[in-house]
Design a protein around this ligand. Structure first.
Ligand code: UDP
Length: 331
């Protein structure tokens, strides 16, 4: 049974990947500082270590205590907006945390690394849908911080022979279909959970950030990808690393939905007439972001199983309805 380290395994995407790794027979160690993650989200069969990757002795001890076959690195600050207000959380902390992990990994002979990366690398796409060959133009200090780690991985391969896969996600969404784990951010900034909080009566309304974009209904278009399809891509990517080859993939459904389409689908699923008003644009939002995931489909045989917006919102709704206060609901 391969032993893998999942950093940030108590967070939204990391916890879904941990869950799938454990169910597929991996021996998983999770490290998370619980800054935004939830201990309850970690699969009970995973070994959980509460610790901060900025604390180098903590990282070194982790690698002394366990011999890892590979690493899936999720732990990071992940908010585009916050990264403009607090750039050093991103340009320094995300970078230093990854450096500590990479140094310890290299020193202990780890040869496999999966990076949770982002569509925020593509702020000025020349073509939509966006392929993995698109020119990299980070859209914020957050995007830049992920690019810095991608660059470190380039050198990890050349210096130490560590192979990696960078997975650039578009809009991760949805929840585990069995309803035991899901999205729980405080405060919440993402569209689908905000809409569902309005449906639950926890917020008065959705504010649509701009209706004057060059799209059919004037609202921004995004490519929403189910977190279980993302998790599957991580496992395929990890297994592909057996051949020692590094790769970069864009991950989305290849279909774009406007904010109004998301809102209308959520109204159908919840049966609630979710209130929405239009506000000003949010700075830094591109009009349309859609992924071209052809490369991972062709090379690794990845196919989205929960590709419809309906499935994405339905699984998210089941989670939010049964956990109206997120993980705190169970206490
Ligand atoms: N959005 C919105 N109102 C909100 C939150 C988000 O109109 O309260 C919009 C946002 O401007 C973007 C889309 O919904 O066009 C998806 O935003 P989210 O923050 O979920 O993901 P992002 O695309 O920023 O990664």
């Amino acid at each position: 049974m391969a032993k893998v380290l999942v950093t940030g395994g108590a967070g939204y995407i990391g916890s879904h990947v941990t869950d799938m790794l454990v169910e597929r027979g991996y021996d998983v160690v999770v490290i998370d500082n619980l800054y935004t993650g939830h201990a309850e989200a970690v699969h009970p069969k995973a070994t959980f270590v509460k610790g901060d990757l900025l604390d180098k002795p903590v990282v070194d001890k982790l690698f002394a205590d366990h011999k890892f076959d590979g690493i899936l690195h999720f732990a990071s600050h992940t908010l585009v907006g916050e990264s403009w207000e607090k750039p050093w959380l991103y340009l320094r902390d995300n970078h230093v945390a990854a450096s500590h992990v990479l140094e310890a990994a290299a020193n202990t002979g780890v040869k496999k690394f999966i990076l949770s990366s982002t569509a925020n690398l593509f702020d000025a796409p020349e073509r939509i849908p966006i392929t993995a060959e698109e020119r990299i133009v980070p859209g914020s200090p957050y995007g830049e911080s992920k690019f810095l780690v991608e660059r470190q991985l380039y050198w990890m391969e050349r210096v130490y022979g560590m192979a990696s896969v960078c997975l650039r996600y578009f809009n991760a969404s949805g929840a585990h279909p069995n309803g035991h784990i899901g999205e729980d951010h405080t405060p919440e900034f993402h569209l689908i959970p905000i809409i569902l909080q309005v449906a639950l009566g926890q917020r008065e309304k959705l504010t649509i950030f701009g209706e004057d974009y060059p799209t059919a209904d004037g609202t921004c278009i995004r490519d929403y990808i189910h977190v279980i399809d993302l998790a599957e891509a991580h496992i395929l990517a990890y297994e592909a690393l057996a051949d020692g080859k590094s790769r970069k993939y864009n991950l989305g459904n290849g279909k774009g939905y406007s904010i109004r389409q998301v809102l209308d689908t959520a109204k159908q699923i919840t049966g609630v007439d979710i209130k929405a008003t239009v506000g000003p644009r949010r700075p830094g939002d591109p009009a349309t972001l859609i992924a071209d995931s052809t490369r991972i489909q062709q090379e690794l045989g990845w196919h989205p199983e929960f590709g419809s917006l309906h499935q994405i919102i339905e699984t998210a709704w089941n989670w939010h309805k049964s956990h109206p206060q997120g993980y705190a609901s169970k206490k």
